[in-house]
Write a protein that binds this ligand. Structure first.
Ligand code: SF4
Length: 182
């Protein structure tokens, strides 16, 4: 799985599956910044402490920073949104979530058994069970932690990867996911 051709097949799978952009990058091109997670609280996101894949319910920025040292490569993908309405955003985020979990499984089956995917906040359920319910995740093998929670600065990471990403451009909304590979 560690050969270039196998990684390129993951890129092809991402593009065939509906990603607008998919590229392989070195893991040290992924920028981790504590301020990304800060922005989940300032201003307070409606999903904070309510979605199981959002802070503070998933791994910390420090943990992600340490874990990242064990990976050499990554696949960065972007899905293009169709609009700014909540359902448009939900559909795009769902696509990222589904693609990342599919790619992670594919990588795992081909021998990259530490492949780990990060996506947007999870939108697999119309409403997350939330922490207070005490109920388990309804789709534990599909839900993936959010990149924001891990502190990934997707703007600078995309720039490092040579692909555009402008979160302020409402006409060209993209949603990103990253699959860590070793
Ligand atoms: S699959 Fe459902 S319950 Fe699990 S994290 Fe996603 S939205 Fe929440």
């Amino acid at each position: 799985m560690k050969d270039k051709k196998s990684f390129e097949q993951l890129v092809k799978h991402a593009l065939d599956g509906g990603a607008a952009r998919a590229v392989l990058i070195d893991s040290d091109q992924i920028i981790v910044d504590d301020r990304v997670r800060l922005k989940c609280r300032v201003p307070l996101c409606a999903h904070y402490n309510r979605n199981l894949t959002c802070p503070p319910n998933t791994l910390t920025v420090s943990e992600f920073r340490e874990i990242l040292k064990n990976y050499s490569r990554a696949l960065l993908l972007q899905v293009k949104g169709t609009g700014c309405e909540d359902e448009d955003v939900r559909q795009a985020e769902l696509k990222v979530q589904n693609l990342i979990s599919e790619l992670e499984t594919k990588a795992l089956m081909e021998g990259n058994y530490f492949a780990a995917g990060f996506a947007t906040r999870c939108r697999l359920c119309p409403e997350c069970v939330g922490v207070q319910s005490g109920e388990p995740c309804r789709h534990p093998f599909k839900a993936r932690p959010s990149l924001d929670a891990a502190g990934v600065d997707i703007f600078r990471t995309s720039k490092n990867a040579g692909v555009p990403f402008n979160p302020l451009d409402r006409d060209e909304l993209y949603f990103a996911g990253i699959l860590l590979l070793s």
